[in-house]
Structures are given as C-alpha cells and as structure tokens.
Design a protein around this ligand. Structure first.
Ligand code: 6R9
Length: 650
C-alpha cells in the first residue's frame, strides 16, 4: 500500500506554446481557488455575473449538509435558454455557428446551425409544446437520437419552464416506462428512428411499447429517418405538422434559481435508478464556469464532445456548457467505428476540431485498431484533449497524448458525476502539469476529503473514500420524489459530507487519482450501472432462482459484467440458456447491460445470516483466487471450490 502511495508518478508538462492566451495560469488558479474557499460568496457572485439574470441574486451560498438543504443564488431569477441562446443573438452573435451536425453516414450532408437559427428552432419547439398542452413545471420525457432536435427539445423545455427527463436512446421500453412513471411525466418527445453505424434504432416503436405499461397524454415525434412508424390517433403528433403556424416568438419563462431544470436517472448501489434533480441557477453557473476554464474555449474554435445527450456529459458539455459560452459545438450522430475505425479522426480533420472530449473506453478501442487510422488524417487543428467517464489507464493516456495529440497539447482528465452537475477534479490546461491516470486538482470551490470506512479523515498522501465537504453550485439538490433517498444515498455514510461512492488516492503533490467505485456500481464503457439492476432483470426470468452480478476488469470496456446465476430446480444449464438470458437482460434494460459472462452455479456463497458474499464473487470474477480472505463464515464453504473451477473453465 505504502509503495503505491509514494510512487513518484510520471509528470508530463504542458508545452509553453499551449499555455499562451489561456484563461488561467497556475498563479491565477491558486489565487482563484483560494478565493473560492475563503470568499465563496464573492467568488460565485462574480462567476454568476457573466450570465444574464432577470433578477440578480443577493443570496449566494445557502446550504447545509446536516440537515441536508442545498440552495444557491436563492433569490435570483433567470432562464438557462436565454443565457444559451437569446443573450448571444442580442449581442450580435446570431451568425456564429452554434451546432455543427455530423450525421451517422459521412455521405449525408452536414448541417450547420447558427445561434439565430437555433433560437428560432427552439422557439418553434417551445410553441409546439405549449400548443400540445405542456405547462411550466411539467415533466417532459425526451428519447432522441444524437441530432440537433435533441438539444432543441431540451432548450425548449427550459424555455417554457418544463422539466426535462432525457432517456438515453439505447434504453429499452421497460426502462423508458419506469422513468416515465417515476417522474409522472405526461409528455414524450422522440424521433421516428435513430441511426447508429447505419443501423436503425426503433425509437418511436420503443415508446409505443413503453406506453402499453404507462400512460402519457401526448407524444411529439420528430421525423428523422423517414422510417415507417405507427401513430396513435389523438396521442401522437408529428412535430413538422403540429409546429405549423405556432407564433415565432415565445418569451423565456422567468424562473427562480431553485426551480428544477432537469431530472436525469442514474444507477446506484441499490434499487431502481434514481432521478437526480438539478436546479437552474446553480447548474447554469457551474456548467458555464467549468466549460470556460477547463476547456479554455476561445471564440471561433470548434469543440467536440463525443458523449450522448442521454448522459450527463451530453447535458453539461454538449448543450448547456458550450452554448452558454457562445461556443461552436459539434454533435455527432454515429459511432467511432463506422464506416471505419478512423471516423473520429476523419471528423476532427473534416471540421477542424480544436477541442476534443471523449471517454477512455473509446480511446482504448481505437488504440487497438492501430495508429494508421489516426496518422492518415490531418489533426493539426487539435489544441486540447479531454477524457471523462472512468479512470484512464496510463497506457491509453500515453497513446491519446502521443499519437492523437502528437505530444503537443494538454489532456484534461475530468472527474465528475451525474450528481455533481459538472466537472469537479481536473487539471486546468494553462495551469497544471499532468500525471497520466490522475484527474489532478479540485476545481474552484471543490473541497475533496478522503476518509476511511469509519469516517476518520485521512491527511497527506493517502488513499480512501472520496467525500466533498462543502456544497458547490452544480450539486444535485434531491432525488425526484424521494428526498429521504437522496439523504440516505449521499449523506448518511459520513455525516455532514457528500459521499461520492468513489475510492481515491491523493499523492504527495495533492493530485487526486480516482481508483473506481467502492460501492455496488460498475462502470461499463463509461456507463454507470447498478449490479442490483442487472440482478433484478435476471431473476425476473422464470428459470432463474437467484443471481449475483459483479464487475471484472475488461480491456476495452474498463469493467465487464459477470453474472453468477442459480437456476430453479430441474432446469439444466447450457449454452442456449446462457444466450437466452443474455438476450433477456438486453431486452429488460438495454444493450449496454448485456452480460459478458454467465456463470451457472448450484448456489451462491452466503454468510450464515444469508448475505451474499460479493467480495468473494468479485475476486473469483477477477481471477484472483489467492486473496479470497476468510471463507470460514460461509454457510457452505465448499461452494467456493466449485466456483473457482467454473471460472477456470471459461
Ligand atoms: C460524468 C460521468 C460517474 C462515475 C464516477 C466515477 C466515474 C467519471 C471519471 C471517473 C475516473 C474520471 N468517473 N469520470 N473516474 N476518472 N475522469 O461520467 O457521470 O455517468 O454519473 O458516472 O464515473 O466512478 O463516480 P456518471
């Protein structure tokens, strides 16, 4: 343990040329960070003043972690859509490109949408939603592909004060139904179909399936592929039809800073996904400020984040962060390996992308395909690279830095979560040296603390559970409809602190190294998944008696999904059943939850009180049989030998 902590990590410096003209040098960072702690109100009032407020806030920080009650800019009034669109158009920047849309196929024409056009589209969508009957405060479910109308739908909701709940286009009808039901959403916006790597994704038909289980008053359907879809009379409306004749003005609703902006469902250790709620004021300030300083955006540059708008990264760093900064953001519909493994680099070359933000899983997958895919394109426009979603292994970091970045530019490895609203720990491009595999330093206002399992604070170079001791503007305020669960999940392990669920190491230079989740959440290709969700899906199958799911190291995905399954009496385990169960989980949750390994076992290792010993299952899945620890407390210790044998045979 001591050895890992003290190991002198490799330090990579940012070339001087890359530091020219940045928003923030090391001295700036130090002074600004200090002020963000010592004079939090003054600091955040200053950051907030870059935005337009209908009423400027006089109260800034207004929170407590015990009891849990989080508010920021409490008496302020604003609208994030105004700050993302109207403000720039009013300032004469209506002709600046807001979105560059790169379709799934490189042969389909690109769409460039200016701020003025995006505003006009958003007004049209907002008017259409009103015509349909959507009112301020209503929850609207958005189930869209990666097309500009996805962003427009979000902005239109924000404009009229409706609360959006975006459901990732890869989720199943059941998952959509659960999310519609949880937030009592009466409205759905979807497209006819999505396109990913030339394959069609049946979005509207998935919504139809979902609406057999739960009800919605209306579905607004955007025509995208032109594919054949069923329309239910009286419930379903084509956007291009219903939007006819809506007024070409629609004022932004005056919203209170603490009114909800959106709900986004995310997985936790237990139970169903939680509806994480973000409110308008704090989230606006947090995404505007983090985008500005972390990506160091300069006017005229093209910024590309490869995430999907169905995840928080898409919300904060495709839509709200870049647009509030007046940036030009690229939106890509497709996948990294279609039509070939060079697609990312072809797109960077085609649109002269300056800032590129992606996930380690994509980097690892592309690295495996060889350098030629990268080197055949002119990537000289790139100036800054980013990584998000999971820890990046130093080998992938190296390749990203040397082969993609030609060793000439900073990489920001940004640690954050759905619950944090935006980036929390990262190096800043003009300020900090980099250490491959380390996220780096706390962003302004972020107070990380490492604690042991009993909550004792660990100082200096050490490793422990990552908590945050003070609120920041972008922090989630509650779990939709279940504030008690919010308190239980994040504030009960360590009283008075927000617990992230991540393990973390801090080195002698105060750099933070995220080591991964310490709870029953796994991270598969940068997607967060609760092992409990996969288990519930498996036991729904009539042949399954019991299931336990754990993560295991996977070369490309970071973590894979390993399922131990016990069948009902008299059912025979075989390859066909394994295939069936794999397909079953895909249908229940979505393709991202497809099990990598199904391991049939006559029983699961349990304590005498009946608790499944996950620690042992994790070790076996990791092929680490030497450190199983004490198995004597098991009700049936002999099970373990059978499990090891089963693992060795696959
Ligand atoms: C933004 C996002 C959050 C979890 C988080 C952590 C992992 C995200 C990371 C990282 C190491 C990074 N994570 N970024 N781990 N280094 N740069 O991904 O949100 O989907 O809620 O996932 O992802 O484990 O707790 P979300």
């Amino acid at each position: 343990m001591q050895e890992t902590i003290d190991r002198q990590a490799e330090v990579v410096t940012v070339p001087e040329s890359a530091k020219q003209g940045t928003h923030c040098t090391l001295a700036d960072y130090q002074a600004m960070y200090q002020r963000s702690i010592d004079d939090s109100d003054g600091f955040w009032a200053d950051q907030a003043s870059r935005l337009d407020w209908f009423r400027a806030p006089t109260t800034i920080a207004d929170w407590s972690f015990d009891p849990v009650d989080i508010k920021w800019f409490t008496d302020g009034q604003l609208n994030i859509c105004h700050n993302a669109l109207d403000r720039h158009v009013a300032a004469g920047k209506g002709d600046v490109t807001a979105l560059i849309f790169e379709p799934d196929s490189p042969d389909t024409p690109v769409r460039k949408i200016t701020y003025a056009e995006l505003l006009a589209e958003t007004i049209k969508m907002a008017g259409t939603l009103k015509k349909m009957g959507v009112q301020k405060g209503d929850r609207v479910t958005i189930y869209m592909p990666m097309i500009p109308e996805g962003a427009v739908a979000m902005l239109a909701c924000a404009r009229i004060g409706a609360v959006h709940s975006v459901v990732f286009g890869g989720f199943s009808p059941d998952a959509i139904a659960g999310r519609i039901e949880d937030c009592l959403s009466d409205w759905v916006i979807c497209a006819d179909e999505g396109l990913r790597g030339s394959k069609r994704v049946p979005l509207k038909s998935n919504v139809d399936e979902a609406l057999k289980k739960v009800s919605a008053r209306a579905v607004l359907v955007v025509r995208h592929t032109g594919g054949d879809v069923a329309m239910t009379e009286g419930r379903d409306h084509w956007y291009h039809e219903l939007s006819e004749g809506v007024p070409d003005t629609c004022e932004c609703e005056v919203m209170n800073a603490e009114d909800p902006l959106f709900i986004l469902y995310t997985s936790g250790s237990t139970g169903k996904p939680k509806g994480v709620v973000h409110t308008i004021g704090g989230y606006s300030v947090w995404t505007e400020t983090t985008f500005r300083y972390v990506f160091d955006y300069r006017p005229g540059e093209v910024y590309w984040c490869t995430a999907d708008i169905g995840w928080v990264t898409g919300h904060s760093y495709i839509v709200y962060g870049p647009l509030q900064n007046g940036a030009t953001a690229l939106m890509f519909e497709g996948v990294p390996n279609y039509p070939d493994h060079d697609r990312f680099w072809a797109v960077v070359d085609k649109h002269k992308v300056n800032i590129f933000y992606t996930a380690p899983t994509a980097i690892r997958a592309l690295m495996r395909e060889g350098d030629a895919h990268v080197t055949k394109h002119d990537l000289s426009s790139l100036r800054l690279l980013g990584s998000v979603g999971e820890p990046i292994n130093p080998e992938a970091w190296r390749w990203y830095h040397d082969t993609v970045g030609k060793g000439a530019m900073p990489i920001v490895d940004t640690w954050w979560q759905t619950e944090t609203g935006g980036i929390m720990i990262t190096t800043l491009p003009g300020a900090h040296d980099m250490k491959p595999g380390s996220a780096g330093k706390p962003f302004f206002g972020v107070c990380p603390q490492l604690v042991d399992n009993d909550g004792a604070v660990l100082n200096g170079a050490t490793e422990g559970n990552l908590c945050i001791t003070a609120s920041w503007p972008g922090q989630s305020r509650t779990v939709y409809g279940d504030h008690e669960r919010f308190i239980q999940t994040y504030f009960s392990n360590y009283k008075g602190k927000y617990f992230t669920g991540d393990g973390c190491r801090r080195d002698a230079d105060d750099y933070y190294w995220i080591t991964g989740r310490v709870d029953d959440v796994i991270n598969v290709s940068g997607h967060r998944m609760g092992t409990a969700e996969v288990e519930s899906a498996l036991v729904l199958h009539e042949m399954v008696a019991e299931a336990a799911v754990v993560g295991f190291p996977h070369d490309i995905k970071g973590q894979g999904i390993y399922c131990y399954v016990t069948l009902n009496a008299g059912i025979e385990a075989n390859d066909d059943l394994a295939k069936t169960l794999r397909q079953w989980v895909r249908t229940e949750i979505g393709p991202i939850a497809t099990p990598d390994h199904l391991h049939f076992t006559p029983g699961l290792p349990k304590t005498r009180s009946g608790k499944i010993m996950r620690r042992i299952l994790r070790k076996i899945a990791e092929n680490d049989f030497g450190s199983l620890g004490d198995t004597s407390t098991l009700a049936d210790p002999s099970l373990v030998d059978g499990l090891i044998e089963g693992r060795l045979n696959r």
